[in-house]
Design a protein around this ligand. Structure first.
Ligand code: COA
Length: 170
């Protein structure tokens, strides 16, 4: 039987427990869940794509059927070139819906009828979380325990220390 390969794509800058909840639940629905990190040159990032992939691999090491990859350009092209049959997306609340339906419909036009977008409802405990809000709270010395894995917090602390060293040198 053909391998059921699904894709969960995003910026993951950095990965949060909200993303990890979607990854774990999505992985149960397929043979292989590809987590695709977008190389997005228009969005300023805290972590490089390789760093984000490393953090994702560590956070999903206990989930046997997760593969972490990166892509650039159209999601629809990655889907077609990699035998993906389902793209999963997390819906946090109604405010995600307008953007998501537009994207799903455009993608459907691009990749045709063989590929479906499937929405998983975000666990309510993560519905307020985004990577940007985590970074903002952290930059203002707020508590981010429980929003991202400890390894991500350590990586954010290392980035901050490096930035502070850089500022002292300037
Ligand atoms: N839990 C917690 N946070 C979540 C979440 C969840 N379940 N789902 C989304 N988020 C957060 C993300 O962290 C992200 O936060 P940020 O904006 O602060 O970084 C935010 O919500 C938006 O997430 P998402 O909609 O997944 O955006 P993204 O930038 O991470 O990824 C792509 C969007 C990659 C799927 C989309 O831009 C894409 O397909 N790009 C490729 C180009 C393309 O094909 N364009 C045409 C599309 S029709």
């Amino acid at each position: 039987m053909k391998e059921r390969k699904m894709l969960y794509a995003g910026s993951f800058d950095p990965v949060t427990y909200g993303h990890l909840d979607i990854i774990r639940r999505g992985a149960r629905l397929c043979d292989t869940l590809v987590v695709g990190v977008l190389r997005n040159y228009s969005k300023a990032a805290l972590f490089s794509v390789e760093e984000r992939m490393g953090l994702l691999r560590e956070a999903t090491a206990d989930v046997g059927n997760v593969v972490v990859d990166s892509f650039e350009g159209l999601l629809a092209n990655y889907v077609k070139q990699n035998g993906i049959c389902v793209v999963i997306r997390g819906l946090r609340a109604t405010w995600d819906f307008d953007y998501e339906i537009q994207m799903a419909q455009m993608n459907a036009r691009l990749y045709g009828n063989e590929v479906e977008t499937v929405f998983l409802m975000t666990d309510p405990q993560h519905s307020f979380v985004s990577s940007s809000i985590v970074k903002e709270v952290f930059s203002l010395n707020g508590e981010i325990d429980g929003l991202v894995p400890p390894r991500v917090i350590a990586a954010m602390e290392a980035k901050r220390a490096a930035q502070q060293r850089e500022q002292v040198r300037e």
